[in-house]
Design a protein around this ligand. Sequence first.
Ligand SMILES: Nc1ncnc2c1ncn2[C@@H]1O[C@H](COP(=O)(O)OP(=O)(O)OP(=O)(O)O)[C@@H](O)[C@H]1O
Length: 248
Amino acid sequence: MKAITIENLSFSYNGVEVLREINLEVEEGELVAILGPNGAGKSTLLRCIAGILRCRGVEVFGKPLERYSRNELAKIIAYVPQRTEPGFMTVFDTVLLGRRPYMGLRPSKEDLEATRRALERIGIAGLALKTTNKLSGGELQKVSIARALAQEPRILMLDEPTNNLDIRSQLEVMRFARDFSSEGGTSILVMHDVNLALRFARRFVFMKNGRIVADGGKEILKPSLFREVYGVDVVIEEIGGTPLVVPV
Ligand SMILES: Nc1ncnc2c1ncn2[C@@H]1O[C@H](COP(=O)(O)OP(=O)(O)OP(=O)(O)O)[C@@H](O)[C@H]1O
């Protein structure tokens, strides 16, 4: 089943067009990495799909985005932005906020359980009682991902999820996204670390100047693509069955 269908999507901020004629279909269960230089429009595309920016031409599970209520959409799509501001709430309460689309006046037993599960799965149960303004950048990033998980979405959209994370945590987050997809969820990740993307994603969407310039599996990864998209020369070597892109 198609999780996301985007047809001829363009988007402007104050009259300046930053997404141009985007067409993209994502099947349920896919893990897609969106790559491209700074300012290419990757975050804007994610925010359009998440319903944060008002756009036409996006369907989620066969229904136009604008026909979803905010609550309905929040049960389907969880979006983790590049940066989150810390606050004065505890980690537990912050992750519990992910349950808002399901909650009545008070959190139910199921809401509390889902919060605990998310904290465990992201490996931050030990931080539950800390306030978020006392966390490191990487810890805060993990809290945002746990909150998205507590939302129990069908589509997970992470904007540069491995920023701020040490190598081990990067791998944990990527493994989590891969597992989420192999359990039937759909993951869309904006990434700058091409090699990390290569290791975990099966599909790569390259953007430049608001357009999708390449979309496919490992077969599209050629030095000419990196020259076109980033303006850099690279060599691509295979190590342990995974291509490794090295700028030269
Ligand atoms: N709120 C905004 N108002 C006006 N212009 C914006 C806004 N957000 C982004 N832009 C512009 O839109 C373009 C695309 O930005 P976007 O954040 O989508 O790029 P990106 O590919 O995610 O970049 P990066 O890799 O640097 O995060 C850029 O030229 C940016 O300056």
